[in-house]
Design a protein around this ligand. Structure first.
Ligand SMILES: [Zn+2]
Length: 68
């Protein structure tokens, strides 16, 4: 598992649809939005944690599928 530096979500690097190679490192993202945000200012995210939650809420909703 790797961490999406933008929203902090853990993602499976084998299944991640969005990744970026930058400065010799490879980074994975849960969504196109996170990838775009990272590209805008990668130095901010590489520096440390961010409080931005662009997509956590959406993903949590999807996981809460009732057994009907
Ligand atoms: Zn994300």
């Amino acid at each position: 598992m790797v961490t999406d530096l933008v929203c902090g979500m853990e993602i499976n690097e084998n299944a991640a649809g969005y990744s970026l190679i930058l400065g010799g490192g490879k980074y994975f993202f849960c969504s196109e939005g996170c990838l775009a945000e990272f590209k805008r200012r990668p130095q901010d995210y590489l520096k440390g944690a961010s409080d931005i939650a662009c997509c956590d809420a959406l993903l949590e909703k999807e996981e809460e599928k009732p057994d009907v």
